[in-house]
Design a protein around this ligand. Structure first.
Ligand SMILES: CC(C)(COP(=O)(O)OP(=O)(O)OC[C@H]1O[C@@H](n2cnc3c(N)ncnc32)[C@H](O)[C@@H]1OP(=O)(O)O)[C@@H](O)C(=O)NCCC(=O)NCCS
Length: 376
C-alpha cells in the first residue's frame, strides 16, 4: 500500500505545464510568466489563450481569439429562457452550476472529447458564464435584461450587462485583473475535480459542473463571501482586533487566511491588496480597506509564524465590493475566471489521459457474518 496522506497533501497526481507554485517563496507563474507581469500587462482573454496554447498570442491571433469569444456572448434562447424560469431566491453558485450543465443539453455533440471540440465548447462556456450571471441578477431584481455588447472585452461587457452602463476604465481593468489572478492555480480542489471527471472520458460540461460544485465550498472559492460577511460583522476598524482574537480563542478559522500550498504571502493577494486599496479610496470605501488591513495586522502578529497569510480571497472581497458586485456574485466571479484554467487542465488531461483511480486504506472489520433482520 502506498503512503496515505490525509487530504492528499503532498501527493503528486498529475504533471502540468500550466501553472507553477512555490509555496515557500510565494511564487505563481502561468507558463513560466510571473503572475504579477500578467496582472499588469495582459488581459483575461490573452491569459486564457496562453494557458490553452502554451504561448502568448500574436496580435492577429489575439484579435481572432477575442472575436471568437465575443461572438458567443449571447445565450441560446433555451438557456436564456431557463434563466428566467429559475427561482429568484436561488443562490448564484447553484444557478451557474446548473446553467453550465444545461449547455450540454443544447450541444448537438455534447460528448465529443477530441481536443478541437473541447476547445470549441470551452470557448462557449467562457463567453457565456458572465451573461448567465448578469441575466440572473436582472431576473431576481425584476429589472430588464441588458444584452451583451460585442464591442467590449469580457470583464467590461460583464459590468455593462450587470449595470446597464459602461463601467469606468478603472473598474473594467480591476475586474479584468481579478480574472487574470483567478484563472489557474495548480491542482487545487476544483481543478482536481475537473481532471478527475474528464479522466473517465466523460464530457466537458460534466467536468466543469463538478468543478463548480467543488469551488462553492467555504474552504475553497466560497471563502471570498465568508470574508465579506466577516467584514460586515465587524462594526469598526477598532473592533477588528477583538473580533479576530475572539475567533482565534474559539479555534475558529479566519476566512481569507491560510493555504494548503502557500506558507508565505500569496502573490495574488499581494496584487489584490494594492488594487483593493486604490478602489476603496476611489469609491468611498476606505473604511473597509482599513478594516481588512487591521485584520491582516492582527493575523500577522498571531499566525504568520505558522505560515498563515492572506490568500487570494481576502482582498478580492474588498475589490469585488468596490466594483459594486453583490456579495453572492463573488464566488461566481471566481467561476468566470477559473473556467479558463479548468478548461486548460481538461485539455491537458485529455492530451495524455489515464483514469484517476486512487486507493483507500480499508480500516473496517473482515469476515463478519450476516445477521438476519429479526436477530439485530
Ligand atoms: C485553506 C485551508 C483550508 C488550508 O487548510 P489545510 O492545509 O488543510 O490546513 P489546516 O486547516 O489543517 O490548518 C493547519 C493549521 O493552521 C491553522 N489555520 C489554517 N487556516 C487558518 C485560518 N484561516 N485561521 C486561523 N487558523 C488557521 C489551523 O487551525 C491549523 O492549526 P493547528 O495546527 O493548530 O490545528 C485553511 O487555511 C482554511 O480553512 N482557511 C480559511 C478558508 C479560506 O480562506 N479558504 C480559501 C483558500 S484559497
Amino acid at each position: 500500500m502506498a503512503n496515505y496522506s490525509k487530504g492528499l497533501e503532498g501527493v503528486i497526481a498529475a504533471e502540468t505545464k500550466l501553472s507553477f507554485i512555490d509555496g515557500e517563496k510565494g511564487v505563481l507563474e502561468y507558463l513560466g510568466i510571473p503572475i504579477g507581469e500578467l496582472a499588469t500587462y495582459s488581459t483575461f482573454e490573452e491569459t486564457v489563450f496562453l494557458l490553452w496554447n502554451g504561448r502568448l498570442p500574436t496580435k492577429a491571433e489575439l484579435e481572432s481569439f477575442n472575436a471568437e469569444i465575443r461572438k458567443r456572448y449571447d445565450l441560446g434562447k433555451e438557456v436564456a429562457r431557463m434563466v428566467l424560469d429559475m427561482p429568484q431566491t436561488a443562490e448564484p453558485m447553484h444557478v451557474i452550476r446548473t446553467l453550465v450543465s444545461a449547455l450540454g443539453l443544447y450541444d448537438p455533440k455534447p460528448n465529443a472529447i477530441d481536443l478541437a471540440s473541447v476547445r470549441d465548447k470551452a470557448l462557449t462556456v467562457l463567453a457565456q458564464t458572465p451573461t448567465m450571471l448578469a441575466y440572473f441578477q436582472h431576473h431576481r431584481k425584476g429589472t430588464p435584461i441588458v444584452l451583451p455588447d460585442r464591442n467590449l472585452g469580457l470583464a467590461e461587457n460583464f459590468l455593462y450587462m450587470l449595470n446597464g452602463k459602461r463601467p469606468t476604465p478603472t473598474m473594467a481593468k480591476a475586474l479584468d485583473v481579478c480574472l487574470v489572478l483567478h484563472t489557474d492555480h495548480g491542482l487545487n480542489n476544483s481543478t482536481f475535480s475537473a481532471r478527475s471527471v474528464i479522466s473517465t472520458e466523460s464530457d466537458l460540461y460534466s467536468a466543469l459542473t463538478a468543478a463548480i460544485g467543488s469551488l462553492r465550498g467555504p474552504l475553497h472559492g466560497g471563502a471570498n463571501e465568508g470574508v465579506m460577511k466577516m467584514l460586515n460583522q465587524i462594526p469598526s476598524v477598532d473592533a477588528a482586533e477583538a473580533f479576530i482574537q475572539d475567533k482565534l480563542a474559539k479555534k475558529e478559522k479566519i476566512p481569507g487566511f491560510g493555504h494548503r500550498v502557500y506558507k508565505s504571502y500569496d502573490p495574488r493577494a499581494k496584487h489584490l491588496k494594492v488594487l483593493a486599496k486604490q478602489l476603496a479610496e476611489d469609491t468611498g470605501n476606505a473604511g473597509l480597506y482599513e478594516k481588512s488591513a487591521r485584520i491582516e495586522a492582527v493575523m500577522e502578529r498571531e499566525k504568520a509564524a505558522k505560515g498563515i497569510y492572506p490568500n487570494v480571497d481576502f482582498y478580492s472581497a474588498t475589490t469585488y465590493h468596490c466594483i459594486g458586485l453583490p456579495l453572492d456574485l463573488f464566488t461566481p466571479m471566481f467561476v468566470v475566471g477559473r473556467v479558463g484554467g479548468w478548461s486548460a487542465h481538461i485539455l491537458e488531461q485529455l492530451a495524455d489521459n489515464r483514469l484517476y483511480r486512487p486507493d483507500v486504506d480499508y480500516k473496517g472489520p473482515h469476515a463478519v457474518s450476516y445477521t438476519p433482520i429479526e436477530k439485530r
